[in-house]
Design a protein around this ligand. Structure first.
Ligand SMILES: [Zn+2]
Ligand SMILES: [Zn+2]
Ligand SMILES: [Zn+2]
Ligand SMILES: [Zn+2]
Length: 364
């Protein structure tokens, strides 16, 4: 994402794929995109507060889902820039086309900043980059993180004062998982991280440009749709349908099916894609339902419009291992819109807009 490859490939879309990677390779100072595990925070201050990382449906702390490292070339304030996506793990919070159990935050830093070296990190010995558990629980800036979720942990255990949490819920989880045994009034606890079964499995996300297969039909015509990344907004589709399309509709081929068919066609060549990135481009919808009009997307706090930046694909669900008979952590696609100016809020993390689109009724 960092290399401004957007302008060079056919349609400007970067596809993201998951790759197994050692956890110590995915720390903040390595500036990767990744899925699961603890967030690799960018700015080490101004983290979202526990109340900002609560599910809007059940009120429980959200789990870290994915982060995308996406600096904006040529914009000094966004020399480093990462978007962080969180979701609720309570399956009861997932309902059709409802985005309330997701949140997204953006953090950015200039090249000269308080937390990272001006020059990129040189290749380090594995011994140097292996983080200790205490580094995982406390940022270099001194900010304490929750032992369960890795988000801001302003509350500490009242007995030992050396274990931090975002919330009472996570303190309880840690207590049951083993803190009860290690907690002592002397304030010394084993810093071993317990397995709480709360975090998603961790992977690196690597990207490559989407290459479109340009197929010429029998007349030597290249399918128009493949040449352009953009498409008319869903609301215009009806007006611009030609006769052939109308005929198809007469054969009960619904608009819904067309959108879904296009989604399937477009993802068929790279079915493992978990991310589509194209800042200021257009999302690939799975359905014609819940497609927002421009006015449905709230402006940034700074007043600028929010524009499409990336979308998370349903394929990611296969890697999260959330499948179980009753599981309903699910989406067709998660579409993230960010401030067009990528405005600067100092070191503070800035909330952006995320929309969940589920499959239409015909394709569930
Ligand atoms: Zn929830
Ligand atoms: Zn927590
Ligand atoms: Zn304790
Ligand atoms: Zn803004």
């Amino acid at each position: 994402m960092a290399k401004n490859e957007c302008a060079q490939n056919v349609n400007g879309v970067e596809l993201g794929f998951v790759e197994e990677s050692e956890s110590f390779c995915l720390r903040s100072k390595q500036f990767h995109s990744k899925v699961g595990g603890r967030p690799a925070w960018l700015s080490q201050s101004g983290l979202p507060s526990p109340s900002e990382l609560c599910c809007m449906k059940c009120g429980q702390p959200l789990a870290f889902l994915l982060q995308v490292y996406a600096p904006i070339p040529g914009q000094a304030r966004s020399f480093h820039r990462t978007c962080f996506v969180f979701c609720c793990k309570n399956t009861a919070c997932y309902s059709h086309n409802d985005s309330l159990c997701f949140k997204v935050y953006r953090s950015q830093l200039p090249r000269k900043n308080d937390f990272y070296s001006y020059d990129p990190p040189v290749e380090e010995d594995a011994a140097d980059i292996h983080s200790t558990d205490s580094e995982i629980l406390q940022l270099g800036s001194g900010v304490m993180l929750c032992r369960v979720c890795g988000c801001l942990g302003p509350k500490s255990c009242s007995r030992c004062h050396s274990a931090n949490y975002c919330s009472r819920e996570h303190q309880t989880i840690d207590w049951k998982a083993g803190h009860k045994k290690e907690c002592s009034k002397n304030g010394v606890v084993g810093v071993s991280l317990l397995d709480h079964k709360f975090l998603f499995l961790e992977y690196e996300v690597v990207t490559e440009p989407e290459e479109l297969q340009l197929k010429a039909d029998s007349d030597g015509q290249i399918e128009e749709e493949q040449l352009k990344e953009s498409e008319p907004p869903a609301s215009d589709v009806l007006e611009s349908m030609d006769e052939r399309d109308l005929e198809a509709m007469a054969k009960h081929e619904s608009k819904e099916s067309k959108v879904f068919e296009k989604f399937k066609r477009r993802t068929a060549t790279e079915p493992e894609q978990v991310l589509r990135y194209c800042r200021m481009g257009r999302p690939l919808w799975v359905s014609d339902e819940n497609v927002p009009k421009e006015t449905d997307i709230p402006n940034c706090l700074c007043g600028a419009k929010r524009l499409f930046e990336f979308q998370i694909m349903p394929q990611l669900l296969n890697y999260l291992k959330v499948d179980s008979p009753e599981a309903s952590i699910d989406w067709g696609t998660l579409v993230v819109y960010t401030c067009a100016e990528s405005c600067d809020q100092g070191n503070k993390y800035t909330a952006e807009f995320i929309l969940k689109q589920d499959y239409g009724a015909d394709h569930i």
